[in-house]
Design a protein. Sequence first.
Length: 205
Amino acid sequence: MMGSDVPMEEVTFEGREALNGTLYGNAKADLGVVLCPPHPLYGGNRHDIRLSLISEDLAMKGISALCFDYGSYSSGIGEVKDALSALSFLRKRVKSVGIIGYSFGALVASNVASKDDVVGFVFLSTLRRLDRLEVKVDFDAPKLFVHGIYDDIAPYSDFKELYARAREMKEKMTIDTDHFYLDNPRVLDVISRRILAFFGKFLIR
């Protein structure tokens, strides 16, 4: 729940340039998750309300969460490098890492997961392609797809085709909402609980 008393640390780490991030929770947790924001040219940043809520909920359950800002816009290619740098930074602090991407961020994060070893991946309303990037669904990490049935930015028909192509192991959650999840205050809570359940499988017991 937003506004909870979750430890937060502002961090800077090196990527293509110095990158800013917000680290939620215990920096020495067993599991950490990197969250990739939506398109930076349309206001996407580490303070995105969807990613902030998910990060707080993860931290409350003992999973560190790193939200970060991309560097200078680079048609997706540079943003993938930034996300890889975020994973590298978090991996030095936790025992295993996962990744979440929302919208353009899911497109970025999928290209990261195809290059890096993550324990789990969450697609939130992923775009199919944009600029120089095309979404990747053929990597081995367990995947959770979350998508709104009424999404007119990342069409539901694209989601169905991508999910069919995705390599196992995979799960899906479809919701009566649009691309932004803001039409009903309960939608984000429901999504966050599903993501918690998904990553809870990978906690070291």
